[in-house]
Design a protein. Structure first.
Length: 142
């Protein structure tokens, strides 16, 4: 009798274990699928913009652009870029969108009609003509 009870108990435990094993979920099955999120990072391209015959043209988008020398006219037509004017600029013309321009010395800032969402940061007291939308000129933080 003891032997029969032990065999029945062992068989019952084995049967229950086998039955319950089918009820467990894995990380890859059913509604509990593991989600993996791919982390990507974008590193913007760095470029130097040359001033040729008094004109520098910052045309690249999604980039970091630097004008290293003085230039009479700097024209910005790119989108979503950081433009740093290290030298003196007489006239800054912005015809792009969502750019940030850092210019320590600029005399005139002109936002054309198609420009929008741009920021110009400067310590200069520049004349500003804004024909675009949602553009702003901000003082340089010291």
């Amino acid at each position: 009798m003891k032997h029969t009870t032990a065999v029945i108990t062992a068989t019952t435990v084995f049967a229950l274990s086998a039955a319950l094993a089918g009820c467990t979920s894995s990380a890859t099955g059913g509604n509990a699928q593991a989600e993996t999120k791919e982390v990507s990072s974008y590193v913007p391209e760095r470029q130097t913009v040359e001033c040729v015959d008094g004109l520098a043209q910052a045309e690249a988008s999604n980039a970091i652009l630097t004008v290293e020398k003085d230039c009479a006219r700097l024209e910005i037509t790119g989108v979503n870029s950081l433009i740093v004017a290290e030298g003196e600029v007489e006239t800054l013309v912005v015809d792009g969108s969502i750019n940030r321009v850092e210019a320590q010395s600029v005399s005139t800032i002109e936002f054309v009609e198609t420009s929008s969402g741009n920021q110009v940061v400067t310590s200069a007291d520049a004349d500003v003509v804004d024909n675009g939308k949602q553009n702003e000129v901000l003082p340089e933080d010291k």
